[in-house]
Design a protein around this ligand. Sequence first.
Ligand SMILES: [Fe+2]
Length: 168
Amino acid sequence: MSVETLQELLIDELKDLYSAEKQIVRSLPKLAKAASTPELQEALRSHLEETKGQVQRLEKIGEIVGKKMTGKTCSGMKGVLEEGSEVLEDTEAGMVRDAALIGASQRVEHYEMAGYGTARDFAKLLGMDDVVELLEETLKEEKAADQKLTTISKAVNSQAKDEMEEAA
Ligand SMILES: [Fe+2]
């Protein structure tokens, strides 16, 4: 066992998030390119930029806690993103694909929200206020990204339904 304290568990969670964010930075361009709805493309592209900032924020946290953020692979996010890529194999460009892309992207956001919420609570208990603040900034961005996707999904999902009815 290498994790024995809450502090070590926090570092572990942070490394996991760091790996997750780096994977997301690599995947988002492909997902954005595959979207047909301009609003969805824009949402994914702007979240890509936001995600790059989140990577930097975790590096800053690494400096505060005196630990490298590298060295761990988040296999959960790897799986979530693999499922996102499967969407591109299973669908043609159009509203059904966009609906599936939103579903996949919201899985990413919810996974992150769980991770950041947990890390934030650990940091709070450990009295690491500057770390809490940085984690909350990112958590806020993830929640906003998720809400934006929910808004976009309303139009996309109903268009996807029409698209399927036309094809039938
Ligand atoms: Fe993120």
